[in-house]
Ligand binder design. Structure first.
Ligand SMILES: Cc1cc2nc3c(=O)[nH]c(=O)nc-3n(C[C@H](O)[C@H](O)[C@H](O)COP(=O)(O)OP(=O)(O)OC[C@H]3O[C@@H](n4cnc5c(N)ncnc54)[C@H](O)[C@@H]3O)c2cc1C
Length: 403
């Protein structure tokens, strides 16, 4: 009898230990310098990336034939329990969002020319990219309402539109733009994804939108972008015309689980800080660790983290087996986003005022965690996806099996 086993094998444990050692030696001690997001921080990132490449730890989300070092979702999930602990880990190891998702769709749907021109430098870390789908005027939750248009004119697409939250657009070499190419088609066949070099005339990065008081720089920005009469060759379309939603689904599924994997690292780091501080800090005659409320926070957090781990590993294993794991990915996206927020928030509370300072990474982690409940689909939409699928199965008389 075959039993699915997604625990770490000895090989994964050994590889994970190498990532942990790298994080301890190179990333955690440099976090204050990286957080400054200045020229020195950029130079430091470049040095750390070179070191990661030298040690064979580069781009673990991509298979070796695409320039990476692994490519298995399950292995990547285990590694992210280390990489995800610092927000800088993904950048240092060359597996940062949104480039990781863009690389995956270029790898899956790109032509040989597109792979050579866009994918290779992207995976090599020579350039960055952005994914430009969400628009300020229409609900990002329902991308069938997108307004950005791409009209064919001879051998070119002419793109006009207005996007925002194009993360990392500042300083990126190219974007993948979701544009309506046939407004009269079935809603899910209306759009196409088109690769647009950032220096094409008519592409304007209007501003980096400050979010929760943080403007960001380069990779950490969320940009408003205008496309005015932007002309690119028709060959820049990914897949066939009208494939935009199909490819978005291929991109967002893995992208979502990549986020969740990193959150496992964030949650575990917050949890460790919470437990250590609870033992150390004394009030009302004894350590915080003796107060039942704090014990409840620790127990609830332990349960939520383990639930998130197991759900993530299960979804990663299913994706590795060729399953789209739509329900599993939506389940873990909304459940883990809430858990991430709650675990970090409890850790902040245990630290009192210190939790809001830069003496611990918790305040920065909490600010990042809030967005998790919105990007790549708000919690409410993922709940809707899960409930609809389950109810459809019940309506068909099949019930629902937890496998
Ligand atoms: C940090 C961050 C980074 C991002 N990066 C990118 C990026 O790189 N590229 C990109 O294209 N986009 C990006 N986004 C945008 C993101 O994908 C959208 O914000 C998201 O899809 C939600 O769209 P919206 O903001 O337009 O909210 P809306 O769709 O307007 O929804 C507003 C609220 O309505 C509620 N709601 C919506 N639908 C339902 C429903 N069916 N049932 C109940 N309630 C509902 C939800 O509470 C939701 O939060 C990013 C967002 C954030 C926060």
């Amino acid at each position: 009898m075959a039993v699915a086993d997604f625990r770490a094998t000895d090989d994964i444990v050994a590889l994970r230990a190498r990532y942990r050692a790298f994080m301890e030696e190179h990333v955690y001690p440099n976090e204050p310098a990286l957080d400054r997001e200045d020229d020195d921080a950029d130079a430091l990132v470049a040095r750390l990336r070179a070191a990661a490449k030298e040690q064979g730890l580069w781009a673990p989300h991509m298979p070796p034939e695409a320039g990476g070092s692994s490519g298995s979702f399950l292995v990547y999930a285990h590694l992210n329990e280390e990489i995800g602990r610092s927000i800088w880990g993904q950048l240092v190891f060359g597996c940062q969002a949104p480039d990781a998702g863009n690389a995956e769709i270029l790898w899956m749907f790109g032509t040989d020319e597109q792979k050579e021109r866009w994918l290779q430098p992207l995976v090599a870390g020579e350039v960055r990219s952005f994914f430009s789908m969400t628009e300020p005027e229409v609900p990002g939750s329902d991308p069938t309402t997108l307004r950005t248009r791409a009209v064919r004119d001879g051998g070119e697409w002419v793109i006009d539109g207005h996007k925002w939250f194009s993360s990392g657009a500042e300083g990126a070499a190219f974007g993948i733009v979701m544009a309506v190419t046939d407004p009269d088609a079935d809603p899910h066949l209306r759009a196409t994804q088109i690769v647009v070099p950032a220096d094409t005339p008519g592409v304007e990065v209007v501003r980096a939108i400050p979010t929760m008081g943080h403007r960001g720089r380069g990779w950490t920005t969320h940009c408003e972008v205008r496309y005015t009469g932007v002309r690119v060759p028709v060959e820049n379309a990914l897949g066939e015309e009208g494939d935009g939603f199909r490819i978005a689904q291929k991109r967002l599924g893995p992208g979502r689980i990549h986020h969740v994997m990193r959150w496992l690292g964030q949650m575990q780091r917050a949890f460790e800080l919470m437990c250590s501080y609870a033992l150390e800090r004394e009030s009302f005659g004894g350590p915080l660790a003796d107060k039942q409320t704090v014990q409840n926070w620790i127990a609830d957090s332990a349960a939520e983290i383990q639930a998130c781990r197991l759900m993530t590993l299960d979804a990663a294993h299913k994706i590795d087996q060729g399953d789209e794991a739509r329900v599993e990915v939506s389940l873990i996206k909304f459940y883990a986003a809430r858990s991430l927020h709650d675990v970090i928030d409890r850790a902040v509370q245990v630290h009192g005022a210190r939790g809001l300072t830069d003496e611990t990474p918790l305040a920065g982690m909490l600010a990042m965690a809030r967005g998790a409940r919105i990007y790549d689909g708000p919690d409410e939409v993922h709940r809707m996806v899960v409930a609809r699928r389950i109810l459809k199965s019940f309506a068909a008389g099949d019930g629902w099996r937890f496998d």
